[in-house]
Design a protein around this ligand. Sequence first.
Ligand SMILES: Nc1ncnc2c1ncn2[C@@H]1O[C@H](COP(=O)(O)OP(=O)(O)OP(=O)(O)O)[C@@H](O)[C@H]1O
Ligand SMILES: [Mg+2]
Length: 365
Amino acid sequence: MSAVEISGLTKRFGDAVVLHPTDLHIEDGEFLVLVGPSGCGKSTLLRMIAGLEEPSAGSISIAGRDVTDAAPSDRGVAMVFQSYALYPHLSVAQNIAFPLKVAGVPKREIAERVASVAAMLDLDALLDRRPRALSGGQRQRVSIARAVVRNPRVLLLDEPLSNLDTALRARMRHEFARLHQQLGSTMIYVTHDQLEAMTLANRIAVMSEGRIEQVGAPLDVYRRPATLAVATAIGSPGMNFVAVTIDACDDAGTSVRLPDGAVVRTAAAVPRSALGAPATLGVRPEHLFAADDGPFAGTVELFERLGPLSFAHLGAGGAADTLVAQLPGERAVTLGKRLRFAVDPANTHLFAPNGRAYPPNACTP
Ligand SMILES: Nc1ncnc2c1ncn2[C@@H]1O[C@H](COP(=O)(O)OP(=O)(O)OP(=O)(O)O)[C@@H](O)[C@H]1O
Ligand SMILES: [Mg+2]
C-alpha cells in the first residue's frame, strides 16, 4: 500500500501563501497529473511530498505512515526533475547505481538492479557512456532509471519531458504509461502538456493560485470544468470566453446576451437573483459550428491548417474578444471573410463572476 494522504498542507514564503491549506488523497498505484499555470504551486507541492521543502502547516502520510518530518531518503519516494542533474563524471551505469551505493546496497545486488532497470528503459547499450555523450531523451531516461532503481513507493515527476522535442516526448509518454504498468508505483506527474495530462492521468488535479480547484478523471474535468481557472487550464486551443449578461431562465436553461445583443441559449441553471447580472460564457473551439443565423460572428483573421482539422481565429464580431473555431480539415476559408457560428446549449459553460460554473440544468427558483 502506498497511498499518499495530504491533509491541510500549507506553504508560506514570508507573507506569501504559495499553497493554501490543501487536502488530497492519492490512491495506491494511481497516476495523478498536476496541471496549472506557471507559479501556481505545483513544484512546491511536489517538493513537500519529497521532503525537499518544509510545510508551514499540515501533514503528509505515505502508505499509512506520517512522513511530515521524515528525511527525504526515508519516505520511499524518488523525484525526477525537468533538468536531468546527472553526475557528468560518472558513467550511465554509475549514475543509475549511485542512490543504491549511498544506501549501502551490496555490489552484486546493485549490478542486478541496474541491469534490470536499464533493460526496462532501453539503456543497455549506453551503460558505459558519460552523460555528455547522450541525447536529451537518453539523459532523461537515465535520470528516470536512477529514480526507479530504488523501487520507490511513490515516484514524483516534475515536468520530466519539457526539455525534449515533440517526437521524443510522444515516445517517452508511451514509456511512462508502460513504466507505470510495470512498476505499479504511485506516480505524481507535473506537466504543462495537455496530451500528457489527458493520456497519462488516472486523475487530473488542476491548480490555480495555490489551490487545487478540481480533481477528477481527465474527460470529466474536460467536459465539466468546475471553475473558470480549470476551463482555462484544460484544452488546447483553449476554451473561448465571452463576457455576457444573463437575460432569462426557464425550465430548459438560461439565455445570455452577447455584447452585440445576440442571444445564446445555454443549459446552465442560474438562481433568479442572477438575472441581469454579468457572467462569462465558455465554448470550446470544437463546439462552434458554422450556421448562417448563428449568434457568434467574426472576421477570419488567422486560419491554421493542421491537416485533419483547421482552426479559424475570428476577430471582434459578436464577441469583444477573438474566437477560435475548429473546422473540418477539408474546409477552405479566406482571410477577411465574415463567418457565423452557433453552439448547442449542452456544449456551453456559464461561469458566475466568482469564477464558479453554474450547474448544467434548468433554472433554479
Ligand atoms: N524559495 C522560495 N521563496 C519564495 N518564493 C518561492 C520560493 N519557491 C517558490 N516560490 C514562489 O512560490 C510560487 C509557486 O512556485 P512553484 O515553483 O511551486 O510554481 P509552479 O506551479 O511549479 O510553476 P512552474 O509551472 O513555472 O514550474 C511562485 O510564485 C514562486 O515564485
Ligand atoms: Mg514548477
